[in-house]
Design a protein around this ligand. Structure first.
Ligand code: TXA
Ligand code: MG
Length: 337
């Protein structure tokens, strides 16, 4: 199956919507990362999503809808807090875990009795949902384990010949996947996966915002992940990624002893002047780092990097999401210099 590249034209958006309606899997843009979209209610189409990205069957898919008012069709016992959060953060990069209704097939929810609901803000994605008339199940459009795609070309790299089409909706605005939260009691939420809707932002609405232990640490073998995705190897390029904590000078000194042909550093823009070793940069602010991290991980592979030492982001704001992805890319290998 040769994968067709669709544009963001009205005609191509309709074509993508039609394909999804017919049960095909299409690469689609969102404001976070690209997704592999299929009709969430069509078991066969959802199975094709799992097959295309070689995803373990127990890792549930997020269901994307056009407006949060439709959540009631797919979820039950929706807490009031969810509606308050939706008013503030939907459409946008927030996924809420809710009790699922039977209409959501068990393949979509990875066998769980909950479903993740998200209202994406990307204009093209919104149109595809409306025109297809389907709730759209969409995991990130990477092959399982690889960095998430933030442009159509990355989706093509992973999915060419595996799906019918990819729609090019430009570079993803945020560059990291949505914030995933679950509800605990009346006014408390738990962040299962950090994203661009930050703990600080959620605290404007919730009394308490817990951060699941799996966000910052590797789970012990016997621990059950609240979010199944957190237990799998993730965002991992071919290169061996190592996070190096310490200040600029300590890092430089460390690298001066590591240098070799296939050793790279991923550093901040402001540190690159006079940095004489192989390197790439990923911005200065957490927002820039979120936008660039996955792209750089792919580029480092293309450059033939075998070992990549990375200057970590701050853990504040969206930096927590970047840090969460980075330590997974590094297989939790963090050293301090
Ligand atoms: O920004 C995003 O969320 C992107 C775009 C395409 O919308 N999607 C995405 O999907 O990142 P995926 O499948 O790559 O990651 C979804 C994460 C996984 O870690 C999964 O385990 C978790 O959300 N998740 C989904 N449904 C869940 C549920 N019912 N309970 C707990 N975790 C859930
Ligand atoms: Mg993913």
């Amino acid at each position: 199956m040769k994968t067709k590249l669709l544009s963001g034209s009205a005609e191509d958006i309709s074509a993508a919507a039609e394909l999804i309606k017919k049960g095909y899997v299409v690469g689609i843009p969102t404001e976070t990362v690209y997704g592999l979209g299929a009709d969430a209610l069509n078991e066969q189409a959802v199975r094709a999503v799992f097959a295309a990205k070689c995803r373990p069957a127990d890792n549930p898919l997020i269901v994307h809808i056009a407006d949060f008012s439709q959540a009631i069709k797919y979820a039950k016992n929706i807490p009031d807090l969810a509606y308050t959060l939706a008013e503030k953060f939907c459409p946008g990069p927030l996924t809420m875990i809710l009790q699922k209704r039977d209409i959501i097939p068990s393949v979509t929810s990875g066998g769980l009795d909950t479903v993740g609901i998200r209202v994406p803000s990307h204009d093209v994605m919104h149109k595809i949902i409306v025109e297809s008339g389907c709730p759209i199940a969409a995991p990130s459009a990477n092959l399982s384990g690889l960095p998430s795609p933030t442009c159509a070309e990355h989706v093509m790299d992973d999915m060419d010949n595996r799906i019918v089409a990819v729609l090019d909706g430009g570079s993803s605005e945020f560059g990291v996947e949505s914030t995933v939260i679950s509800f605990e009691g009346k006014d408390t939420v738990r962040i299962l996966r950090p994203g661009a809707v930050t703990q600080e932002m959620l605290l404007e609405v919730c009394r308490e915002v817990l951060i699941d232990p799996a966000v910052l640490k590797e789970l012990e073998a016997e621990q059950v992940a609240a979010s199944p995705g957190m237990k799998y190897i993730h965002y991992s390029p071919k290169a061996n990624v190592i996070v190096v904590e310490g200040d600029t000078n300590a890092f430089k000194n460390f690298i001066s002893h590591q240098n070799g042909k296939n050793v790279y550093s991923l550093i901040y823009d402001r540190e690159s002047k006079g940095f004489e070793y192989n390197h790439m940069t990923y911005g200065n602010t957490s927002e820039e780092q979120a936008h660039l991290l996955f792209q750089r991980l792919r580029e480092l592979d293309e450059a033939g990097a075998e070992t990549v030492y990375v200057r970590p982001p701050s853990k504040e704001g969206v930096g927590l999401a970047v840090y969460n992805r980075l330590i997974r890319a590094a297989g939790f290998e963090v050293i301090r210099v």
